[in-house]
Design a protein around this ligand. Sequence first.
Ligand code: SAH
Ligand code: SF4
Ligand code: F3S
Length: 428
Amino acid sequence: MSKSVYIKSYGCQMNVYDSQRMSDVLAKEGYATIDSPEGADLILLNTCHIRERASENVYSELGRMRDIKEASDKPVKIGVAGCMAQAEGAEIMRRAKTVDLVVGTQSYHRLPELLKLHKPVDLDFPAIDKFDAMPAQSVKGLSAFVTIQEGCDKFCTFCVVPYTRGAEVSRPFQKILDEIKLLASKGVKDISLLGQNVNAYHGGVTLAELMAKIASIKGIERLRYTTSHPRDMGDDLIEAHRDNPILMPYLHLPVQSGSDRVLKAMNRGHTSADYLKTIEKAKAIRPDMAFSSDFIVGFPGETDAEFNETLDLVKAVGFSQCYSFTYSTRPGTPGADMVDQIPKAEKQARLHVLQALINAQANDFNEGLLHKTVPVLFEKKGRMAGQIAGRTPYSTPVQIEASEELIGQILSIKLTSRGTFSHFGEVV
Ligand code: SAH
Ligand code: SF4
Ligand code: F3S
């Protein structure tokens, strides 16, 4: 009899990708992936540990899953995967009695064995490449993520990732090219390369060299990459935005703060001037480049004047979109032991100010696209009947009235108006 699994992903795109890979591993074991927990034989929560809130959500979700498990007329297993599993696996087992297995970020290929054991907790960082031990990724549509690098050695003082994903490791470039060739042969046209420090990639070639090789794979028409670190943003990578025809004019480059004192306390290894210099170079090489970033407000000791330096940096860049957060203390990181923590209300107030500025910039960016003609890759049906939806080179969504037969094509679209979430336009 066939079994089913429900997987819920939290956190970043790497977790989304990992969930899909777990789904493929389990498919070989006879599990169909379903999109609700009711009726599933196996429920997996693929967790995030980045902020305190992320972990709290998981415990309340586990309560909900326990109720579903107890109401089911068949045996149900509940598993916890991902970064929170890696960071506090034993505690999860202790605190949430309903949990049957805990699998850390580097052990997903072992899921079939773990399912046969009683309450296993697998938090190893095995020497073998988990990707080699997993079946090829299944294709769903025109776009695919490909993890090329994992882990981090930078130890920013606020961040859990070096502990939850382990040391920085790059996959050998030939394996990546083989994976992308296979995806291309199944109709994938749009690739996003993933890594916690994707531009620190060094799997035998540099990231820019890897991208050049990917550009020569027939069928791949668009390439993106995330997340980059300002310290690893070399000139060759910036120049690839001019020289590599499939590399999109979009750069996600988290800066976190505009204050050099705060950047130093965060152990970021760059100044705000270094960051702005990189942005200026990119603007010179690719004038239409869209920039995005991540910000943390209220890092311990951050003064009003230092927060204002963050606002100044945002004004100097002009972002198309950003992610911004209040600082959240994470156990085990140096930031958690810093004495001058900022009160919650103050952090919230600063976040509101920053987000108002970021939203205004995003609005300017989208307004600036109006009346322009841009190539759009149409990926799926639109929100309304008779519409199809796609993305611009800047990753912003577009909807047009057109036949579904055009899905899969890149068309020149004149952007004629704007809605809340996307542009509308017509084929030129
Ligand atoms: N590797 C990337 C980002 C990884 S985490 C980089 O180096 O920038 C994604 C984002 O979560 C971070 O950019 C940061 O803005 C946010 N973040 C990480 N730890 C946090 C914490 N303790 N409190 C608030 N935000 C945090
Ligand atoms: Fe975290 Fe810093 Fe590494 Fe990014 S570079 S993953 S923020 S430790
Ligand atoms: Fe969260 Fe882990 Fe990603 S902590 S942001 S799921 S790398």
